[in-house]
Design a protein around this ligand. Sequence first.
Ligand code: SF4
Length: 284
Amino acid sequence: MSVIYARKMGFCMGVRRAVALIDEEIQGQNTVPLATYGPLIHNPQVVASYEARGVRSITDPSQAQAGDRVVIRAHGVPGSVRRSLEERGAWIVDATCPKVALSIRKARQAEAEGRQVLLVGDAGHGEMLAVAGSLNHPAAAMVIANLEDARQVTLAAKVTIIAQTTFDEEIYRQIAEIICSRVDDCRVESSICPATRSRQEAVRELAEQVDGIVVIGGKNSANTRRLYEIALSTGVPAWHVEGPEDVPPEAGELKIIGISAGASTPDESIHQTADRVLEMQGEK
Ligand code: SF4
């Protein structure tokens, strides 16, 4: 009876950096009220623990008071939100992931060169809103969610395609191929983050060594849900849990359990859940 950890799992660089920044703010001498713009990460337990330490979550600049410290999460925010916060006198702690910041710079550069910006991803996703919202003309950036959108979108003479950092690589390749077949001047940016791919590959490898897989992370975390779907698709039993309390009794009956976790799952939650599995297996 044992557990095996996926070779890559848990906090990605961008989330680890965002959490470190907010922890620094909490531990520092500054007593000015602290807020996050939207939930810091897609993990209800982490968000609740920050709330318990006095960090509130705001969803509109009007909820910030002059002098408040407001943490911008890894997804970033549209330029209009940033400007409104500054106008209200809030102090911005910028935890935008450097990879998202790079997509923003590429989009702005393309716009400055007179290119049409095509964003491949989920229209309502915070990162897509942040990248489009960083342009001088956000409404001109078209969001392409699937192959059909790629066939239908009205194209300018020069286009730049940028993917959401967590988008599926193969579908991005197909979308880019369709668009580039329709226009002569087509620039495709490599904006997909390797953190997503490496976690997905690690789950597939893990499935070959275990009898079942427990995937840990918020039910509202898209990347965690995707890891769970991949685990299920390998044919081994799999469970998506938010923490140790959710581990089902069946997991304790299997000999070797694989553990994976989404990019917003803290190390503590991973280890507590693994301990719970071992306890159910009779190993603790
Ligand atoms: S998944 Fe990649 S792009 Fe997204 S926050 Fe993490 S490191 Fe940044």
